[in-house]
Design a protein around this ligand. Structure first.
Ligand SMILES: *Cc1c(COP(=O)(O)O)cnc(C)c1O
Length: 458
């Protein structure tokens, strides 16, 4: 038998969880219109809605908060953040922002002109929205395997070099300000990009004079997958792997709410001085002074400390293994999930889980609601409700993937909590034909998944 690996931390402060009865949960989900976004967090036992801003900070981060320098300009805390970014990511300059989308806003304004094309390895909602707001067209250049839940390609986040080159041939390099390569790819299920692929993209960029920009939101998780799966990296510390990954890029946008182990914050980092200059001009309009960018000094302290902690090999190994620990229990029970298991979440394949429901009966929404009723575990629908309607025809979009996302916050839950989640999903699997479909009774005009309401079809 293998030696067990436990959480590489001990617990100094606890937040008690309220245990609810099945009757209470049935009432709560009914009142929430069978939409997990509308539940009160007090009624949730294990909250796997998202890994964004839900991290547990360390004792060192909490004490760093007290060291926050709240000066309006030139705060010591900014210089500490700048030093951490330089040391761990390797970029020369940093501009703090209130969260990731603040950085996306700035770089899109600086580099994009109307009529431009911005290729990317699958889209992310806020990233694409900012590119389109500046008049660019997003072009997906991820490999085909990323769209197939059954493909077990080890680097499903890779850029398809042929698709990227075909775009350059079609629209011309002068109309492509940069390629945005995300690590790991959230919308593909937390799938990584290989180092070889980053090198290949850089080579194409160099040949055509195109910048290579990183969505570094979950880059540390990506670095760990490289360590596990790519020849020559097994014995390298994650810290070194991350630095090499970043060395291929011209800059990054960052949501500190993920990798950086904090609850709020982000930044834009880059090597070119003229971009820094422009970013400083823009940040004062939209975020705040260039040395705080919408953050308190204490927030910058916590991010700086989190940056050093996120590259601790024991921490990141357990993070990835905890997600896998949950996923593997489900696989052993024959439950359909997206493979390979990604870096931040396990995705249940709701179409295969509830084959008695049509997609119009919202299988993923129904499964997420049933999971909550069974055990108080909160997950998120990523299927037809999230996909919304075609803005031109008004028809429902029927996405290929109809998923329930179980997203694991960092350092918040123990492996034992994962056992509870796995047990509950297995319960549902055994009684799956009794899970009813849903009918939508309220549909907001945009981003309907946040506030739509449903009732069970009896
Ligand atoms: C969360 C996220 C963002 C946006 O960051 P916010 O901090 O939520 O504004 C951008 N890209 C990816 C891949 C993300 O997961």
């Amino acid at each position: 038998m293998q030696r067990p690996v436990a959480e590489p931390y001990k617990i100094k402060a606890v937040e008690p969880l309220r245990m609810t009865t099945r009757e209470e949960r049935e009432r709560a989900i009914r009142e929430a219109g069978y939409n997990t976004f509308l539940l009160r967090s007090e009624d949730v036992y294990i909250d796997l809605l998202t890994d964004s801003g839900t991290n547990a900070m360390s004792d060192r981060q909490w004490s760093a908060l007290m060291m926050g320098d709240e000066a309006y300009a030139g705060a010591r805390s900014f210089y500490r953040l700048e030093e951490a970014v330089r040391e761990i990511y390797g970029f020369k300059y940093v501009v703090p922002t209130h969260q990731g989308r603040g950085a996306e806003h700035l770089i899109s304004r600086i580099l994009i002109k109307p009529g431009h094309y911005v290729p990317g390895n699958m889209y992310f909602t806020t990233t694409r929205a900012h590119q389109e707001m500046q008049g660019a067209t997003f072009v997906d250049v991820i490999i085909d395997e990323a769209h197939d839940p059954h493909s077990t390609h080890p680097f499903k986040g890779n850029v398809d070099i042929a698709k990227f080159e075909a775009l350059i041939d079609r629209v011309g390099a002068e109309n492509i300000p940069y390629i945005n390569v995300a690590l790991t790819v959230n919308m593909a299920g937390g799938q990584p990009v290989s180092m070889a692929n980053l090198r290949a993209v850089r080579e194409v960029c160099d040949r055509h004079g195109i910048r290579m920009w990183c969505d570094a939101t979950r880059a540390v998780e990506n670095a760990y997958f490289i360590k596990e799966r790519e020849e020559g990296y097994q014995h390298k510390p994650v810290r070194e792997i991350l630095k090499e990954m970043m060395s291929y890029y011209d800059g990054c946008t960052m949501s500190g709410k993920k990798d950086c182990l904090v609850n709020i914050g982000g930044f834009l980092a880059m090597n070119e001085e003229w971009i820094l200059q422009k970013a400083r001009e823009q940040v004062v309009i939209f975020e705040g002074m260039p040395t705080y960018g919408g953050l308190a000094g204490r927030d910058m302290e916590a991010i700086a400390q989190g940056i050093y902690e996120m590259v601790d090999d024991a921490y990141i190994a357990h993070r990835i293994h905890q997600v896998r620990y949950l996923g593997e229990q489900l696989l052993e029970a024959g439950i359909p999930i997206v493979q390979p298991i990604g870096g931040h979440a396990v995705f249940l394949d709701a179409k295969a889980f509830l084959p008695h429901l049509t997609q119009d009966q919202f299988p993923a929404q129904a499964l997420a609601a049933a999971l909550y009723v069974d055990s108080g575990v909160r997950a998120m629908e990523r299927g037809i409700v999230s996909a919304g309607r075609d803005p031109k025809t008004g028809e429902n979009i029927y996405p290929k993937l109809e998923l329930v996302r179980l997203t694991i916050p960092r350092r918040v839950y123990t492996d034992r909590h994962m056992d509870v989640v796995a047990w509950s999903v297995k319960q549902l699997w055994q009684h799956r034909e009794s899970i009813p479909g849903l009918r939508m009774v309220y549909e907001p005009p945009t981003l309907r998944f946040f506030t739509a309401r449903f009732e069970p079809i009896r």
